[in-house]
Design a protein around this ligand. Structure first.
Ligand SMILES: Cc1ncc(COP(=O)(O)O)c(C=O)c1O
Length: 383
């Protein structure tokens, strides 16, 4: 039996056909007005998605590159920072800081629960030397959405800057950079932006530049100042090193699709798909890993007793063609995750729920076939 391949992971995500087609175009040289015009338009489009007037820089790198760039451009060895983490990717901030001799106060909550903005406020008050707070918009490892609006409101009242990892959240769930006063926001290409992996993007506020201008961590490729100089030297944007030309063309097309659908409509679509996924899993008698502040980008679900998660994952992928994600870190073996972000629609969710039902039945889990699909349809179709 042939089943279509579906990527229901929280990154990389599926790429729309017109975006895929851009990669097949001949390589144009990057030091040309033609390419630089496209890059300039891409930066303007990204500003609309980030909801910011702040500077935007684009690196050919994994998302972690933009995270490392944020640490090395904002900090000096010995600086105090606060990391507010609710999972694997939050913890990465502390790992990067340690690699550069930056003193990270690590505030980590139990996985499956969100960070508490009041705790961030308390810790900032207790250590006025903290120069930056690092946190995560959508914690992909647990399926949590942090309350960035409240956190940003707290940090904005202090001299510290707020750095948000929006790698899996941007373009899927609300991130209002300027309205909320998030100083540095990092994103990756392979999630809500609907293009292949390979671009790391960062937005930088004036407050963050003040810190960057005195930062002493070693840096070369990831120097914001170098990238900014090329970006701003002339009317058309430029990069200090060879950009990922094809990925920039793909991003230009993805941004056209985002504009056409509308950012708010995209957030609404993600909310519907997430709600349908959560209701379907609950209807199957499964328990959500993060019932509070659940992210609309990814849903994490406890593996029920007597179900072998690696077998479930392999059946859904190798028999039914749908790739899901398993658990990471302390959640390994306990959960599986369904990504419903980027180029995803009602029928991707319905197919995924149907495949999960089949894989559960194959392990003798008791359910009525269609029970999860019906719950998903109730959300998606309204009856
Ligand atoms: C929230 C979050 N942060 C950071 C990363 C790391 O991104 P990359 O693998 O592109 O370095 C990911 C990727 O899954 C993520 O979801």
């Amino acid at each position: 039996m042939l089943y279509k391949k579906r990527l229901m992971t929280p990154g990389p995500t599926e790429v729309p056909p017109t975006v895929l087609a851009e990669a097949a175009k001949p390589i144009m040289h990057h030091r040309t007005p033609q390419f630089r015009k496209i890059l300039t338009e891409v930066v303007a489009g990204l500003k609309r998605v980030f909801k910011t007037e702040n500077d935007i820089l684009i690196y050919p790198a994994a998302g972690t590159g933009a995270m490392e760039a944020a640490v090395v451009n904002l900090c000096s060895p010995g600086d105090h920072i606060l990391v507010a983490s609710c999972g694997n990717f939050g913890n990465r901030w502390t790992d990067i800081a340690k690699a550069y001799g930056v003193q990270s106060e690590h505030y980590e909550v139990a996985w499956g629960t969100p960070v508490d903005p009041q705790e961030i406020q308390k810790r900032l008050a207790a250590d006025p030397a903290i120069k930056a707070v690092f946190t995560t918009l959508s914690e992909t490892s647990t399926g949590i959405e942090s309350d960035i609006k409240t956190i940003a409101g707290i940090v904005a009242k202090t001299p510290a800057v707020l750095v948000v990892d929006a790698i899996s959240g941007l373009g899927a769930i609300p991130m209002k950079t300027d309205e909320w006063k998030a100083d540095v926001v990092v994103a990756g290409s392979q999630k809500g932006l609907m293009i292949p992996p390979g671009l790391a993007i960062v937005s930088i506020s004036a407050k963050a530049w003040e810190l960057a201008n005195v930062s002493k961590c070693p840096k070369y490729y990831f120097s914001w100042a170098k990238a900014q100089k090329a970006m701003k030297a002339e009317a058309l944007a430029d990069t200090p090193y060879t950009p990922s030309i094809s990925l920039i063309l793909q991003l230009a097309e993805a941004l056209r699709l985002i504009e056409a659908e509308g950012l708010e409509a995209i957030w609404d679509r993600h909310a519907r798909l997430a709600q349908a996924t959560r209701e379907a899993m609950k209807a199957l008698g499964l328990k959500l890993y993060a019932p509070q502040q659940a992210s609309n980008a990814v849903t994490a679900i406890y593996v029920p007793e007597n179900v072998d998660v690696s077998k479930l994952f392999k059946t859904v992928r190798d028999v039914y063609g749908i790739t899901l994600a398993t658990g990471q870190g302390v959640a390994k073996g306990k959960i599986f995750r369904i990504g419903h972000l980027g180029y995803a629609d009602d029928f991707d969710v319905i197919a995924t729920v149907a495949a999960v039902e089949r894989a559960l039945l194959e392990q003798n889990y008791v359910l009525q076939i269609g029970q999860g699909v019906a719950a998903a349809e109730k959300v998606l179709f309204g009856r």
